[in-house]
Write a protein that binds this ligand. Structure first.
Ligand code: ADP
Length: 394
């Protein structure tokens, strides 16, 4: 192969690396990332995303709201902010659109030629558009990034899960049986992509009679809570139906700001309180060892630990919560990928090593990976994990 043929490939790798670097830099400035998802459309996912983002920003958090629904972006309409445009900052960077001093948002809509433009996106195009939304747009320092993903488990949620591996999933459902079946699909998606679940919200849960103020259960109630209990997930609350939600969404006045005294706005406030405490709790779980994602270098086929870290290219990854293994996976580390980058991509919190070079151990622990040392490098990874859980439970 002559030089001319080789270069484009190299260049492409270089560009990918640059993009990855920019994405990582941006994400490191955002404390909590929440992907709002639902099994199917129409359950109120965008309504929840908008009201949660507004509610958090009203509590003085710095918030970003990212609409990754490339087919039907409706966040600008719901915010009443269709006229706001992207702006270039003095340093040349493009900033997310400023909605209020504490809230920025971004959607594909302002970038489309006309608001009704039919958009046909193929998977790879969606993937790169979403990555650009995160890497090329300056979000600045944020406490929360709320991501409104389209319903289902297609390209967009998958790209978000891969690009923002430490995003938490907030699953929105309605009380009917069919929606609850869809929730199970969303949960399976999270397990497959190893996304931690923040909890379940039941929207359109009961109706408060505007005349007598009493709740009426239009579509039954409580299914989401029961399911959360069954699956050991947090139930973050139920939002009652209020017909004014439709009107406020259509006219671009976020509901919690328009009708703050209504039971539905109060329910949103309660949801926001629970989201704040759940995100903090999930962060503490990692720091205090109740939640771990442990990587172990393994040989091929993965029978036992690979004692020599320089030889390892396969890693067994275990998700452990409160002493129980939730998910186990074996993943190949790409040949040229730095070990730290790989661990960050896997959102690993710990790695088990045998006699690691000091430089490597320092590098990993300086970057937030907790190192667990073993003196039994010939063990099967399952045994090492069971031993770790035993020690933790003592
Ligand atoms: P999704 O993003 O899941 O497709 P939307 O947020 O667009 O759903 O909501 C679908 C419709 O239901 C919208 O017209 C919205 O105004 C309405 N809606 C959502 N939540 C409520 C609620 N709690 N009470 C009344 N209407 C609601």
């Amino acid at each position: 192969m002559d030089q001319k043929e080789k270069n484009p490939v190299k260049e492409k790798h270089f560009l990918m690396d640059q993009q990855d670097k920019k994405i990582r830099e941006q994400l490191s400035k955002i404390r909590y990332k929440i992907m709002v998802m639902s099994g199917k459309g129409g359950v109120g996912k965008s309504t929840v995303s908008v009201n949660v983002a507004i509610g958090l920003s009203l509590q003085d958090f710095m918030v970003g709201l990212l609409d990754v629904d490339l087919h039907g972006p409706n966040i600008p309409k719901m915010l009443g902010a269709r006229d706001l445009k992207l702006s270039r900052k003095p340093d040349g960077k493009i900033g997310a659109i400023k909605y209020s001093p504490n809230l920025k948002f971004l959607s594909i809509e302002p970038l489309l030629p006309s608001e009704d433009a039919a958009v046909i996106w193929r998977g790879p195009l969606k993937h790169s558009a979403i990555r650009q939304f995160i890497g090329d747009i300056d979000w600045g320092e944020l406490d929360y990034l709320v991501i409104d993903a389209p319903p289902g488990t297609g390209d967009e949620p998958l790209t978000v899960a891969k690009t923002i591996p430490d995003a938490y999933a907030l699953i929105v459902t309605t009380p009917q049986e069919v929606s609850l079946i869809d929730v199970k699909k969303s949960i399976r998606f999270c397990q497959k992509t190893k996304m931690r679940i923040l909890g379940i919200v039941e929207n359109m849960s009961g109706f408060i009679c505007p005349h007598c103020g009493k709740p009426i259960d239009l579509f039954k109630k409580g299914g989401g809570e029961k399911l959360a209990q069954e699956l050991g997930l947090r139930f973050l609350g139920r939002i009652p139906i209020d017909p004014r939600v439709v009107d406020t969404g259509d006219t671009g006045r976020p509901f919690i700001a328009a009708y703050p005294e209504s039971p539905t706005a109060k329910a949103f406030e309660e949801l926001i309180r629970k989201i704040i405490s759940a995100t903090e709790e999930m962060e503490r779980d990692v720091l205090e060892g109740r939640y771990m994602r442990v990587a172990i270098p393994v040989d091929t086929p993965p029978n036992k630990m690979e004692a020599d870290i320089n030889k390892a290219d396969m890693y067994a990854i275990y998700d452990i919560e409160n002493g129980k293994i939730l998910v186990k996976d074996v993943i190949k580390k790409p040949e040229n990928q730095d070990l730290l980058d790989f661990l960050k991509e896997q959102v690993a919190t710990h790695i088990i090593l045998f006699n690691p070079p000091k430089e490597l151990a320092d590098y990993l622990s300086d970057n937030g990976i907790i190192i667990l040392l073993t003196d039994s490098p010939q063990e099967a990874p399952d045994n090492l994990i069971n031993e770790l859980i035993k020690v933790q439970n003592q």
